[in-house]
Design a protein around this ligand. Structure first.
Ligand code: FES
Ligand SMILES: [Fe+2]
Length: 384
């Protein structure tokens, strides 16, 4: 008989052990994660730059739900369930633009406005040429999802029960106040299909120990990361600070890309990296913001939006084209290196013996904290 996976996870936590291997591949664990961790709180779904123009549509799947992210008539980002109110077809299955500001269902051509209202349903009464009246259309609009946008990251709360988003994000918002959000300018957004469990992607993001090994272009020596400091921002937000601008050799020319104006010119330059539970990863440098949004599709498959931002309109000028290209190229190189490593890690770390691994006191405390948070939330949900 199969032992209860949640009891095994509880025992691992109580014994101070790392997560058991099956936590990264088990269908029951994945189902509980989807139904609770990704629904109860604020999960990100993608970045606003993927719906840059009015009428842009970006379908995503997260927590077993199909959602449609869009930019409406007023330039606001909205999220609806990607579900036609007639017979349930998806309104978009790839990134696209609503023609003439109408979202037309591919099944029987009901059409919706960017505010979600049902605009028309052809031959609604069949034997008459007239369409549905306003009264008949009312109540058949797209179903809205509770949404918040912060630093161009689109968050949703599917349970409708989470505390206000501002309250949830405030500790990190205050911490990043000097990296002025109003100055962010999109540089790139790419979609990745990572062949690994989403938790391994989070743990890898919090892991500074791998930097000199997997990304020697950034910093080739362990000495470059010895000064990294772990930070706990709130119950849901943890990270690491690399206090010296690691990867930049002494005497190397400073980047000509503009910095966030909130950073004092003589301020010690640093890179800060945060995981916002469960699935949002954010990195800030003096001239760059990077965002990774994780959308788990199966225990071993994670869709990822990987986005970069530069600072202020000055970063968009022609004379900085080379620097923009180089920032993009090096970020993609690093993400490709991580994706390759994660695809190798998935089949080994998820083995039964994967729980017989060792998180070091010196390097892996933030990963341990993430695992403990995941365990506490999962067990609380499983007990409900
Ligand atoms: S399912 Fe959309 S119009 Fe019929
Ligand atoms: Fe990495």
């Amino acid at each position: 008989m199969r032992t209860d996976p949640f009891e095994t996870i509880r025992k691992s936590r109580d014994d101070g052990q790392p997560l058991p291997g099956f936590a990264y591949r088990d269908d029951d664990v994945f189902a509980v994660e989807s139904a609770t961790l990704f629904r109860d709180g604020w999960s990100s779904v993608t970045c606003g730059q993927n719906v840059a123009e009015r009428g842009d549509l970006f379908p995503v799947r997260i927590a077993g739900q199909s959602l449609l992210v869009l930019r409406d008539y007023e330039d606001e980002i909205r999220v609806f369930y990607n579900l036609c109110r007639h017979r349930g077809a998806p309104l978009a299955d790839v990134q696209c633009r609503a023609r003439s500001g109408r979202i037309v269902c591919p099944y029987h051509a009901w059409s919706y406005g960017l505010d979600g209202n049902l605009l028309a349903a052809p031959h609604f009464h069949r034997d008459e040429s007239c369409e549905a009246s306003i009264d008949e259309r009312t109540g058949l609009g797209l179903l809205p999802v509770r949404t918040a946008v912060w630093r161009d990251i689109v968050f949703v709360n599917l349970s409708e029960c989470a505390p206000p988003f501002e309250e949830f994000i405030r500790p990190l918002d205050e911490r990043l106040a000097h990296w002025t959000a109003a100055e962010l300018r999109p540089l790139s957004s790419d979609e990745y299909d990572i062949q690994a469990n989403w938790k391994l992607v989070v743990e890898n993001f919090l892991d500074v120990y791998h930097l000199p090994v997997v990304h020697p272009e950034l910093v080739g020596r362990f000495e470059g990361i010895l000064d990294a400091v772990d930070v706990e921002v709130s119950d849901d937000i943890m990270g690491t600070v690399l206090p010296d601008l690691y990867g930049q050799a002494a005497g190397q020319a400073e980047s000509p890309l503009p910095r966030f104006s909130g950073l004092a010119p003589d301020e010690k330059l640093r890179i800060e990296v945060f995981a916002v539970f469960p699935n949002t990863l954010i990195l800030v440098e003096p001239e760059v913001q990077q965002v990774i949004v994780l959308r788990p599709q199966a225990p071993g498959v994670t869709h990822e939006t990987f986005a970069n931002y530069l600072v202020s309109d000055r970063s968009q000028t022609d004379d900085l084209a080379k620097e923009r290209e180089e920032t993009y190229r090096s970020s993609v190189l690093i993400n490709d290196q991580d994706a390759a490593l994660l695809a190798l890690l998935q089949p080994t770390r998820s083995m039964a013996l994967g729980g017989h691994t060792h998180l070091t006191r010196a390097w892996d405390e933030t990963i341990r904290r993430f695992q403990r948070l995941w365990t506490d939330r999962l067990l609380a949900a499983a007990d409900r």
